[in-house]
Design a protein around this ligand. Structure first.
Ligand SMILES: [Zn+2]
Length: 254
């Protein structure tokens, strides 16, 4: 049984470390130091590094880890290419060396132009695209791209565990409550996530079922969400993409 550990980095990043029988794989290592410390503490050998997109807080530690452990590196076909030994686009699969699970790439442009997610065995590594109760900012993509990317992730099985790149959950829930004050799933989730933070635990992973129930960026087609977004924008909004864009703009200023 593969264990997945959260290794905190920087202010609010998580580097996800998969562990199986003394071997490990690191997902989105923005920094090599906390990964090395974790591996040493648990007596693990690193056998792979996986990256979802090119931002430094996700790949800053990748070259040093790959050099020290002489391990393969897996990531998006269209980003961080010089540092990757294996590159993936939509539908391509690989077995994580030493860990034994198979992951499949999903192209999810929006936060960055070549962002990918990796999914398999009920696990989703989605970087900075889908957050617990939120989504990433659109640095290199458009609202239609991000809406399509989030929809692909939302279609995965509802018990899929969502491992995203940052601990933003409580702040995201405050926004979700502002968007949907009448959503009965939000207050219980706030209580659950706050209890995790109070005992020093990550709020992650979440599940896709929780995200579908509470994440406003997956709920742009809901009449209540549209109504609030239109009231705030002071105009009618066209399709779900327009509602999403209005929500994203609101969140940026929230
Ligand atoms: Zn990013």
């Amino acid at each position: 049984m593969v264990a997945i550990h959260a290794v905190p980095a920087f202010k609010d990043n998580y580097i996800w470390v998969l562990e199986e029988s003394g071997r490990a794989a690191a997902v989105d290592p923005g920094d090599d130091a906390p990964v090395e410390e974790f591996l040493a503490r648990r007596g693990l050998q690193l056998s792979a590094v996986i990256a979802t997109h090119h931002h430094a807080d996700h790949v800053g530690g990748l070259p040093a880890l790959a050099a020290r452990w002489k391990c393969p590196t897996f990531g998006p076909a269209r980003e961080v290419s010089a540092e990757l030994t294996h590159r993936f686009t939509e539908g391509e699969r690989f077995e994580v060396p030493g860990i034994g699970i198979e992951l499949e790439a999903i192209d999810i442009p929006g936060h960055t132009a070549g962002h990918v997610a990796f999914t398999g065995s009920g696990i989703l590594f989605c970087g900075d695209t889908l957050f617990a109760c939120g989504c990433g900012r659109l640095f290199e993509g458009t609202p239609p791209q991000m809406v399509a990317s989030l929809a692909k992730l939302a279609r995965l099985p509802k018990d899929t565990r969502v491992y995203c790149g940052h601990e933003y959950t409580l702040a995201n829930l405050r926004f979700a409550a502002a968007v949907e004050p009448g959503n009965p799933a939000i207050a219980p989730r706030v209580a659950r996530e706050q209890a995790k933070r109070d005992r020093g635990a990550p709020t992650l992973p979440s599940t896709l079922a929780e995200e579908r129930a509470t994440n406003p960026f997956l709920r742009a087609a809901e009449p209540a969400v549209r109504g609030v977004a239109e009231a705030r924008a002071g105009r009618k909004l066209g399709d779900a993409v327009a509602v999403f864009a209005a929500l994203r703009e609101w969140k940026n200023a929230f």
